[in-house]
Ligand binder design. Sequence first.
Ligand code: KG4
Ligand code: ZN
Length: 358
Amino acid sequence: MGYYESVKAKFDALKEKKDITVLAIESSCDETAAAVVKNGRQILSNVIASQIEIHRRFGGVVPEVASRNHTAAVGKVTDDALKQAGLRLSDIDLIAVTYGAGLLGALLVGVSYAKGLSYAAEIPLIPVSHIKGHIAANYIACPQLEPPYVCLLASGGHTALLKVEDYDSFTLLGSTQDDAAGEAFDKVARTLGLKYPGGPEIEKLALQGRPVIKFTRPLAKEDTLDFSYSGLKTAVINYVHNRAAKGEEINAADVAASFQKTAVDVLVDNAAAAVRRTKTDTLVIAGGVSANTYLREQADRAAAKYGFRAVYPPLGLCTDNAAMIASAAYFLLRSGESFAGLDLDAKATVPLGQADIT
Ligand code: KG4
Ligand code: ZN
């Protein structure tokens, strides 16, 4: 039997199998990650080799440097994930890999490695969108979580509100018209001379400041669930540069607190409006910005005020990891998704159901 017939037979058998163990590989940006997850919700191992320190001196991710470091790390990270799970490759039912969205060269490393493993061990391969992975982190965090619910996705690459109708069915309710929320945090941090990635640095500095500077709220007058961060980012940059040009003192902590409040209040207000409009009872928050404590507090506050439930992942599952990819793969399998061939390619952008958020 050739590779294709072998993985097809194994994949078909998985549909009837009770327990599914997934090995996932993620390399879309600056973390090389591998994880083993059972039945979509139980982490057996979750290994991350972060390149943050390597990119910090450049003030952001350098794609070619990221690809080279992924190549160096992917083998060891995968071996460690299996070892920490106490399993061998032959114990794995399904190999999952992030095929997009992200940096093409970085994605290609994970995709090529996963294809190689799949071919060598004749284990079916399933491609996972990074965005679906971020959403699925919440299935690990909250064992009772089931669709339908509203998801606020806020990361370095995406900002959107989605109605998650089912495990693999999404409707886009709103998205950013320009920059992503995490991107705005990173750019404002850079203007304030803080290190990369900017989100956690802004959050830390904001604790020492007060939100006393009035930055105009984006799209304030419009009845929309869309977002816009480019104007807010520019307003903060102009504020800092104008004061510096006049030789006036800048209270960086107040700038951080004021920016964070404006950026996060829009996320939470739109998310709460989306929950009410869709008549759902749960708001799920996903993506790197969901690590923000002020965002979590405001989401809890809105949940108490309007009577819905707010769910967000533990800190380690907010930013990029492979456990979330393994979880998403399990639910894709259960939703009837098909396996990939060895012609699987990396994609810089990916569609999300009806929502083509890029
Ligand atoms: O999901 P993620 O790790 O990568 C992408 O898929 O983009 O998100 C990274 C983004 C960065 O922009 C980072 O600054 C932001 O998430 N971030 C935060 C916090 N932690 C990470 N933003 C605000 N507050 C945080 N605590
Ligand atoms: Zn991400």
